[in-house]
Design a protein around this ligand. Structure first.
Ligand SMILES: Cc1ncc(COP(=O)(O)O)c(C=O)c1O
Length: 404
């Protein structure tokens, strides 16, 4: 450990919301933000809240903030010099934008393979392309475990497959898919891969350049930042598309051609500020790719005991069916159902004790159905991040003991 790095307690103290006494175990829905993010957004709103590109000092600072937000996301995602990041309001908005651009390159009968394990943000936009004659094929999961078998993927691919859309981590299962392998398989037939990294990004190092993915998207509000999202695309992949921005914005101008209207500038300030948190987490003197890698290694180390404890506890309850893997590689997002009572009942009884978890299909509606669970009531999901503590889990278990 480098001398100036933060302990887990010190890291936790950076997040003012965690002082409230409420226990946040619904982080897969959205994480809290550290003080540096709050301060950066406040400072931007106080001092730099003007339109970009006007040529006076505040406008220059706003322009620089937006540029740095793109650069920060590229660093965080490991884009290296292989591609660019387009920012937007949400992952759902960006995947719809992308699918719309890609639709203009498709011929009737072209094929799109979509994983049933996707959050709807990376399923619906592709399914809609059936309207223009695309042949949408579903890459089914194992109905018991939710596993995504690569053999199943390979069997669906043909020379006409143009897109494979999959999650890196399911926001229900907490699994980690081998994205490099999925990409290699898809590339054998010349298909492009679009990976939803939303449920992966808060927990592990993104390495989009290494994985060779064509497009990869995550939501900044799940990674200790404001409500925005970032979509990486390889240079060649962007170059094939006509972006939706105004006709006078040149076709090759990425990211601008793919960003409609003004971005959330104060959000960009918050996105950039996360770099300070990651830097202080590992006591680094500057923010570079090594700092980001070490920060996520630290995050993984702190999460690991939480994941183990949670799974071990749930395995002691015979009435409980846990979905997703029982060991690493996985993230601390764990979903289950109980045959003792309903998921809404469990979540509401836990909420009464000042603990936030969630029930439902979590917009993984197709996956919930595939796993044989009624989406109306859905699963109970407990989702931790590196700032959660074993004491918080133990408080959750006390409440669950009474319910399960
Ligand atoms: C795995 C996954 N993908 C996509 C999304 C959608 O993100 P956004 O709200 O940014 O559209 C979520 C949100 O919960 C998610 O968990």
């Amino acid at each position: 450990m480098s001398s100036g790095s933060l302990t887990q307690r010190e890291a936790r103290a950076q997040f003012p919301a965690l002082d409230s006494g409420f226990i946040f175990l619904e982080n897969a829905g959205g994480s809290q933000v550290p003080l540096c993010v709050i301060h950066a957004m406040e400072q931007f709103l106080r001092e730099d809240y003007v339109q970009t590109g006007a040529g006076y000092p505040a406008s220059d600072r706003a322009t620089s903030t937006v540029t740095r937000a793109h650069q920060f996301c590229e660093l965080l995602m490991g884009a290296e010099d292989r591609g660019r990041v387009v920012l937007g309001a949400s992952t759902t908005q960006l995947t719809h934008m992308l699918a719309d651009c890609i639709s203009r390159t498709l011929e009737p009968g072209d094929e799109i393979v979509v994983s049933t394990a996707n959050h709807e943000a990376n399923a619906g936009p592709w399914e809609r392309l059936a309207r223009i004659g695309a042949n949408v094929k579903w890459w089914a999961v194992d109905p018991k475990t939710g596993d995504m078998e690569f053999e199943g993927l390979a069997n669906l691919l043909t020379k006409r497959t143009k897109i494979v859309a999959l999650p890196h981590t399911s926001n229900l299962l907490g699994n980690i898919v081998d994205v490099r392998q999925a990409t290699d398989i898809a590339h054998q037939v010349g298909a492009k891969v679009v990976v939803d990294g939303v449920a992966f990004a808060p927990h592990r190092l993104m390495e989009v350049g290494q994985w060779g993915v064509d497009f990869y998207v995550y939501s900044t509000y799940k990674v200790f930042g404001p409500h925005m999202a970032a979509l990486f695309g390889r240079h060649e992949a962007w170059a094939e598309l006509e972006g939706p921005n105004h006709y006078f914005v040149p076709r090759g101008e990425v990211p601008r051609k793919f960003e409609l209207g003004s971005l959330n500038y104060e959000g960009c300030a918050g996105v950039v500020a996360l770099g300070s948190y990651l830097t202080s987490l590992v006591g680094a003197s500057s923010l570079d790719r090594g700092t980001v890698a070490r920060a996520f290694e630290r995050i993984r180390e702190w999460e690991h005991p939480l994941t183990e404890r949670l799974l071990r506890y749930l395995c002691t309850k015979p009435s409980v069916r846990v979905v997703g893997p029982f060991a690493e590689p996985r993230v601390p997002t764990v979903s289950f159902v109980s045959d003792r009572t309903t998921s809404p009942d469990i979540a509401s009884r836990v909420a009464k004790r000042g603990i936030g978890i969630r029930h439902g299909h979590m917009y993984a509606h197709r996956l919930t159905e595939a796993l044989g669970v009624d989406p109306e009531t859905g699963f109970v999901r407990v989702s931790a991040v590196h700032t959660n503590t074993t004491e918080e889990l133990d408080q959750l278990f006390e409440t669950l003991d009474a319910v399960l």
